[in-house]
Every structure is written in C-alpha cells, then in structure tokens.
Design a binder for this molecule. Sequence first.
Ligand code: HEC
Ligand code: HEC
Length: 207
Amino acid sequence: MSRLSLRSLLLLVALAHGQTALAAEGERLYAPCASCHGVQAEGNQTLQAPALAGLSADYLSRQLEHFKAGRRGSDPADNIAAPMRAMAATLKDEQAVKAVATYLASMPLPAITPSLSGNINQGSRLYQAKCGACHGGKAEGNPAMNTPRLRQQHDSYLQRQVVHFRQGARGSDPTDRYGKQMKMMAASVNDAELLDVLAYISSLDKP
Ligand code: HEC
Ligand code: HEC
C-alpha cells in the first residue's frame, strides 16, 4: 500500500472513530434527559416532552443553543419550556451540544400515538398548501430549508409550538432567524385548521 492511501485509510478510521466517540459522549450526556424525554428519546406526552429521536443534528443543536442563550423558553408565557433552559445549560460547550445532538439524530424514529383529532382530507390540502414547501411533502423535514421533521412527533407538542410561534412566545428573538420564518407561517392556519393539519401529519405514520 502506498504511503498516501495508508494515510487516507488512517484518516477514515480516525473520522469513524471520532463519530462513534462523539455519539458515546452524547449517550452519557443524554442520561439525565431520559427522565423526561424517555430512554429511546420517544418523548413523554404526560410530561409534555417531545420525541427527540431521529431529528436532525443541526436542528437539535440549534434548539439547544437557543435554550442556552434564552432565545427559546424565556418568554413568561412559556412555562413548559422554562425547565429546558436549565437542562440545556448542563451541556457545557458547543462540543457537548454537538455530541448529544449526534447521539439523538442516530436513534431510530419513535412510534407515536396521536392524541388529537381533525379532518385528514382537509388537513392534507392545508398541509400541502401551507406547510409542505418548507417541511417536505411527507412532513419529513428539509435540511436545505432548515426545517425539522414533523411526523413521528407528539401532536399536542406540535400544536403548542405553532400556537407559541403565533403568540410570539417562540421565534420572537431578533437573532432567531429560522424561528422568525416559522413565526410568520404560524398565523396562516387557525386553531381548527391546525387540528386538521396535525391529523394529516399523524396519518402519515400509519403503515
Ligand atoms: C424536566 C423535564 C425535561 C428534561 C430533564 C429535559 N427536557 Fe428537553 N424538553 C422538555 C420539554 C417539556 C420540552 C418542550 C418545550 C416546549 O414545549 O417548547 C423540551 C424540549 C426539548 C428540545 C426541543 C425539541 C424540538 O423539537 O424543538 C430539545 C432539543 C430538548 N428538549 C433536549 C433535551 C436534552 C438534550 C436534555 C438533557 C440535557 C433535556 N432535553 C432534558 C423537558 C425536559
Ligand atoms: C417558510 C418555511 C416554513 C413554512 C411554510 C412552515 N414552516 Fe414550520 N418551521 C420552519 C422553520 C425554519 C422551522 C424551524 C425553526 C427553528 O429552528 O426554531 C419550523 C418549525 C416548525 C415547528 C416546530 C417543530 C419542533 O420540533 O419544535 C412546527 C410545529 C412547525 N414548524 C409547523 C408548521 C406547520 C403546521 C406549517 C404549515 C401551517 C409550517 N410549519 C409551515 C419553516 C416553515
């Protein structure tokens, strides 16, 4: 083997090892989070904690940085997210945030039982017209648009987020670039239409 290819091979091994080490560090850092978000990061409807498994590492990191900086969870009307600020603060630096986000992104998507109801056909039409361009035709999220996956998430959590965006409890910080985009869109559906959209998103998970 030539010297060059040996070097590239060693580099690849080091990179693979780096990802594994990062995820292992993330698993350790996630331990205190499991009491609310679940061991499989499937979320907990009763505790109002969302599923985190399989969300993109970029989206997760951004939210954790928002909580740390008080760009999310510091609105007085948002007492449900407030404890997340203290939890995010336990991740001491960018590396720790990246590690836990890498670990969560690598976990399998959870199965979620819907808790709300609405009109699926109506919701499908509304979703394609008002949400799909950014969140993807199947609500799978779109990294190029910086949008998270919406399917395989608790419907009551998604509902609260849209309402919080609409009311300005989330996405109002002037430096929250992507939150601001969603804040503008949150007003495009009323409460009844939102239930229809959520029913459509939940229906995508049925095999
Ligand atoms: C005391 C319960 C609790 C603990 C412990 C906790 N969380 Fe949370 N977390 C929540 C709740 C509740 C929300 C939803 C906040 C909202 O409605 O805006 C949340 C939201 C989040 C979000 C936003 C998800 C999204 O889709 O935008 C991330 C990321 C997150 N938590 C990561 C973590 C990590 C990592 C830890 C451990 C360091 C942790 N959480 C510990 C309760 C908790
Ligand atoms: C212009 C693009 C755009 C459109 C259209 C849009 N969104 Fe979003 N949405 C975003 C972005 C960007 C984010 C991520 C914000 C962030 O990083 O804080 C987001 C985040 C969200 C979240 C938070 C998810 C979580 O895990 O916390 C929900 C819920 C949501 N959108 C629902 C909707 C619904 C429902 C519609 C249609 C009525 C919609 N969005 C239309 C761009 C859009």
